[in-house]
Design a protein around this ligand. Sequence first.
Ligand SMILES: O=C(O)CCCC[C@@H]1SC[C@@H]2NC(=O)N[C@@H]21
Length: 255
Amino acid sequence: MAHYEFQGSTVPIVRFTQIGSTNAEGMARLARNETFPVWLVADIQTAGRGRRGRPWTSELGNLFATLVLPNPAPVANLAQLCFVAGLALRDAVLAAAPQIRPDALKLKWPNDLLLDGGKVAGILVEGGTDPSGRPAAVIGFGVNCLHHPEDLPYRATSLEESGAPTAPDRLLEALDLAMAVRLNQWNAGAGFPVIRTDWMRHALGMGDQVSVRIGEREVVGRFENIDTRGAMMLRRKDGIAEIITAGDVSLGKSD
Ligand SMILES: O=C(O)CCCC[C@@H]1SC[C@@H]2NC(=O)N[C@@H]21
């Protein structure tokens, strides 16, 4: 059962010139039991956060936007939202920057968007339940429209660097619509098979040998599938299937 009928552009947008983190603001709103979906958008974040406690550099010119979704689906299905959000973000970038070739834009498990192999955007899904125990999600999107950090252990890029200059507001407009389409397609989890198939079609390394770093451990295997909780299924050389719920993926390593 769909918990909402989402309609892009009817979700209110709250704008901040500067804020610590739009995701932190989203979590605070949930803690206050605010019950309506809202977009929180900032020009600058002073404490932008990425996955696994990493900072997210947040300078003027990029997009920092969080969609707060009270009661989007049963708690058991919330992990699927990172695939819904990843597909929507890919759709939105293609709509806002039509000069980008679709095959240059890949999803990287669990929720990065790569353009010509460089990270152009990241998604941070937080939440779980609100103080009353109802399901809730806070979905943060950081998109490198104009700048990208240079000092990362992986290559980052921006839409500008890739020859597709795009204003953050134009991207937000496309993202609002794309999220509505993909959330309705997902239908609180009932439509996850379609989302999963589509996500895998655009995923980096699907069916290939990949390496995943999980803390100090490294697992190498064939990326075969993702499960309904969003975990990655890797087939090791010895035939054993590893189910991985968190880690950093790189391509093309062999054991
Ligand atoms: O580590 C990642 O790749 C995820 C980055 C998510 C960054 C966005 S920017 C808007 C929202 N607010 C935050 O503090 N983080 C997310």
